[in-house]
Design a protein around this ligand. Structure first.
Ligand SMILES: C[S@@+](CC[C@H](N)C(=O)[O-])C[C@H]1O[C@@H](n2cnc3c(N)ncnc32)[C@H](O)[C@@H]1O
Length: 253
């Protein structure tokens, strides 16, 4: 399949592989992990910026907020009655826009690692007092608030190494109020690709930089959630507006 790596990345993160990649052309896990620096994906998103994310969201069939529409029953109580929503990896503000359109005005605390994206969001929402943009990696977040709902949409959870995923889940768990919910939205399957990959690690180099991801199976995610202390878990499989299958995990504290 002859496609630009960047294009393939969003195909990959939205369509997914049926297995976690072939080892044949791939680098070893150890090599990829050694190269995966804390700043790599941040720089990548600095370069993708708002325009790139907006274009990708259309191609992935998420621009209309399909991923949020499918869980709106699950999160409706949070939107109606609760006070604070945390968004992890706010990107171009797609989730914030959907929340604002619902007409409810909970406090939204949106964290974003990319200085470029965080700066754009801060400027865009500077007149809305209920929205705070925090420029940080979730791993460095010092919890100084609590929330009723945390949204981690569009594959962002894959952008952490295995051990980092556990740390991040513990951080979010500590921020959530009792019975609070965390939504993690992931690609359903990953298609075979010519990307450098080994086992469940991905590395893509293109005009934006080098991007790393660690894929996780449904069972492994459920196990990690349980370990972090989440009491209930359920998942919803759905198709985006461009017919791409995804899965949304709803974890309850
Ligand atoms: C695919 S985009 C999704 C944007 C948005 N959540 C949405 O659904 O439209 C992933 C975003 O998460 C951010 N991100 C990835 N890892 C992060 C981390 N560890 N801490 C904070 N932000 C992160 C990226 O910079 C990027 O903006």
């Amino acid at each position: 399949m002859n496609v630009r790596p960047a294009y393939f990345l969003y195909l990959l993160l939205s369509i997914g592989l049926t297995a976690f990649g072939s080892q044949e052309e791939g680098e070893t896990c150890a090599n990829i992990l050694a190269e995966w620096t804390p700043q790599a994906n941040r720089i990548y998103y600095d370069n993708v910026a708002v325009k790139g994310l907006e274009e990708w969201a259309v191609i992935k069939g998420l621009a209309s907020g399909k991923d949020l529409d499918v869980i709106k029953q699950e999160i409706s109580e949070s939107l109606r009655r609760y006070k604070t929503i945390l968004e992890i990896g706010a990107g171009n503000g797609r989730i914030i826009e959907w929340l604002l359109k619902k007409g409810t005005r909970p406090t939204i605390i949106a964290i974003e690692q990319s200085a470029v994206l965080a700066g754009t969001l801060r400027e865009k929402y500077r007149n809305i007092e209920t929205i705070s943009i925090i420029e940080t990696n979730i791993l460095n977040l010092v919890p100084s608030f609590s929330c009723d709902l945390a949204l981690w949409m569009w594959s962002g959870f894959l952008e952490l190494k295995p051990e980092e995923k556990k740390v991040a889940l513990a951080i979010v768990f500590s921020i959530l109020k009792d019975k609070g919910k965390l939504v993690i939205d992931l690609p359903r399957q990953i298609q075979e690709s010519s990307l450098s990959q080994s086992g469940d690690f991905l590395k893509v180099t293109d005009e934006y930089g080098t991007f790393f991801a660690h894929l996780i199976s449904d069972e492994a995610l459920k196990g990690m959630a349980k370990e972090a202390g989440f009491k209930r878990e359920r998942s919803i499989i759905y198709k985006t507006d461009t017919n791409i299958e995804r899965i949304s995990f709803l974890l309850e504290k």
